[in-house]
Design a protein around this ligand. Structure first.
Ligand SMILES: C[S@@+](CC[C@H](N)C(=O)[O-])C[C@H]1O[C@@H](n2cnc3c(N)ncnc32)[C@H](O)[C@@H]1O
Length: 212
């Protein structure tokens, strides 16, 4: 997964150019920053900074975490002078560095769908450890939409789904990509979060909750 995204860093943003998704994207670009006014927050798997560029406009401080330095190079050039307002941290989403003061907001865009079912609770528990009670968490990801999404190529015994992705250098990658339901997400945060809210757009879903 990390190697795939490091290899894909320069062409990752093509997904944000799909014509049919533009209306949803404009709506999300306005919706997301409003969730984190003046928050001290962490963005998990920030990648090439597509969402960082909108979040930085509303937060008080922002730590962007990702495993691949290659994606941050793209992110920094996207944000221009605003890149200096972000604390770019190379690290592991399953082992998030403990901040001096816990964050009061967390966002992960298009990351949760890549977390294997067996590690979803581990990821959310680890995330809670760096957040203060009352913190807002937003996970944003893809709905599976026939004709727009890459077809699912296989399922494993645990129920994870996989897609075969092609990069422009001709290489093929089998990538874990899950499409969780609202019920699954609500069950997953038991004991970790309250006030769950699952929102659907035409191509995307978001799941938000407040840390207990
Ligand atoms: C699908 S991309 C999402 C990027 C960005 N959030 C966006 O929405 O455009 C997934 C990102 O997860 C990062 N990643 C993969 N494994 C990771 C890990 N264990 N910890 C942190 N980041 C990881 C990849 O480097 C990649 O940038």
């Amino acid at each position: 997964m990390k190697d795939y995204y490091a290899a894909r860093a320069r062409e990752y943003d093509k997904i944000y150019l799909k014509p049919e998704r533009q209306q949803d994207l404009r709506a999300l670009e306005a919706w997301l920053p409003a969730k984190f006014p003046q928050r001290s927050m962490i963005e998990i798997a920030a990648g090439t900074g597509y969402w960082t560029q909108f979040l930085i406009k509303s937060v008080q401080s922002l730590v962007a975490l990702d495993a691949a330095n290659e994606t941050f190079q793209v992110a920094r050039s996207r944000l221009g002078v605003q890149a200096d307002q972000v604390n770019w941290v190379i690290g592991d989403a399953y082992d998030i560095p403990q901040p001096v003061t816990p964050y009061d907001g967390a966002f992960a865009g298009f990351w949760f769908s890549h977390v294997p079912i067996s590690r979803q609770r581990e990821f959310l528990t680890g995330l809670n450890k760096v957040l203060t009670p009352g913190a807002t968490v937003v996970l944003l990801d893809n709905l599976y939409v026939e004709g727009s999404s890459t077809p699912i190529s296989e399922l494993d015994d645990e129920g994870n789904s996989y897609q075969v992705r092609l990069l422009s250098d001709g290489s093929q990658h089998c990538v874990l990509k899950n499409f969780p339901t609202e019920t699954h997400m609500c069950e997953l945060i038991e004991g970790l979060g309250k006030q769950p809210l699952f929102t659907r757009w035409q191509y995307f879903w978001a799941f938000e909750y407040t840390v207990v």
